[in-house]
Write a protein that binds this ligand. Sequence first.
Ligand code: SF4
Ligand code: MSK
Length: 645
Amino acid sequence: MERKISADLATQETLKLAREENIQTIWDRSALQDPHCGFGMLGVCCKNCNLGPCRIDPFGEGAEFGACGADKDVIAARNLLRHTAAGSACHSDHGRDLTLALLALAQGKTQGYSIKAEEKLKDLAREFSVSIDNRPLNVIAEDLAKKMLAEYGQQEGELVFVKRAPKKRRELWRKLGIMPRGVDREITEALSRTNIGVDNDYHSLTMSMMKTALTDGWGGSMAATEISDILFGLPEPIRSQANLGVLKEDEVNIILHGHVPLLSDVVAETAMDEKLIAKAKAKGAKGINIAGVCCTANEVLVRKGIPVAGNFLQQELAIITGAVDLMIVDLQCIMPSLPRVASCFHTKIVSTHDKARFPGVEHVEFKEENAVDTAKRLIESAIENYLKRDKSRVHIPKQKTDMVVGFTAEGVFHHLGGKFRSSYRPLNNAIIEGRIRGIVAVVGCDNPKNLSGGSHIAMVKELLAHDILVVQTGCSAIACGKAGLLQPEAALEYAGLGLREVCAAVGIPPVLHSGACVDNSRILIECCNILNEGGLGEDFSDLPVAGAAPEWMSEKAIAIGWYAIASGIMVLFGSPLPVLGSENLTRFLTKELFDIVGAGWAFEEDPVKGAQLLISHVNTKREKLKLGPMLHAPLIRKERMAVTA
Ligand code: SF4
Ligand code: MSK
């Protein structure tokens, strides 16, 4: 299979350098896996017990059943449920870390943290039935954090955030038996179901996927977003830049990589300390440059405007520039290869989270009670390491693109509603009147099996041409940021006339960057707000909206996809879930689920064709809502794909 390299010039250039220097990257390792295991891709291998491993012949010529008697439907469904549980656990643990930090802050056990969004804390407290009357903020925060933590282990009842969902949807979840009780409760049950000889029906296994993932979207991820806003501030539109070109030849470069903003936010703040800057200058650097990779990047980007060095696929490339003095990692999406790549340069890698360790890598345990001291220590070690940088090996690509980011559910009220009319009405009206066709969330990872970021760009451009407002999170947002789609001017070049008018009127980009992967929960809230505003139906499944992850790779993406679908929002993946070995499960996920929850999966590798499927889905929803025709014909795009093979 011919491997496709990114459309991004900085990636191409640095990859060329890596190959000249014989440094292996994800593209090389991925190619070495070709052809990927067919059984794994089809989802029909199982190693859930020691009777196996077993595999089912998808062509019906070999084994039809595993040793225990499991058929391909059960095996594929059990595997997918395990992926869903792992993805949900990852996001939910992220939310738990943030909640524990809020508790520690409330109890006076942190350094460098404060309540940055007082009103949001109070709103959340009310939602969790925590009294706020004349009580100090820290007492409110303590009670709130304890209640939120208790909910993780709740055995009966319903998650509090679920009350935000439309009544009709909640009733459906109850009727289907997929209303989530507690985060840990459902994840444990999911894993229990997948043990040998427990749940042997792909239908009920699928229902468990949705129930488990709902604990992510309406539980752990939503908690992560809300508490991040409380601790670090509500994002607001802010200018910044993306791509490897944000690294600086004459400054100490520190990369923040991972997901949980607990340390990264403090590092970004601490790096502005005049004494530390003076220390860097004393070593010959002009300053301290902080940049991010992956979703930690998105967290500090949308709140502080810290530039992004790259998305998932660029983490090794950042080191290969030879200009990174320190890479601080926490957890999730951190390639195990990083220490090997770093060993070719002076770059120091420091792990900071107890759950994410690397052999041979210095571990500086991060604790909230000494966050600032830890940040200082790390920055000082980067300054020391700057002296070891071999200037002759520094090769920073020049590419960096301006962007405007930081659009939240609350922000949409402000921007699309206008300064003096905080309301979703103008947004709803733009959809109803046919200026905006609908809204699609294009999110998720970048993947060398696809077009390495290019699929996001091609899909988003096609959607924009059809007057679809695009909301983004994660590495997808970074890919589009690098391509210049997160600038207000992008509306003039890529958006259809209706969307262009709306963007020009309020001065927003046609693609709204909403944050990190956990912030897909913001998109759920935006959908709630659109429904509450009225005129576009009563349930998520009525809305002209959809979700897509053209280059998904993480189990977290599966969990996100599932909670969107369980909520009634159709999701398209650029490569199929590993279920195609089971015709029954595939049909259930891609067809029959639409009749059960009003949404299901679609798979399409070609990003433009994928966009067309999404557009057609949005059109169907518009017809069902009896909305009038669009005011303008779609934009005819000269180029379909700005992607090289
Ligand atoms: Fe094989 Fe069944 Fe054991 Fe899976 S659970 S490894 S299919 S015997
Ligand atoms: S970092 S989960 S590669 S979006 Fe959130 Fe990017 Fe996917 Fe990780």
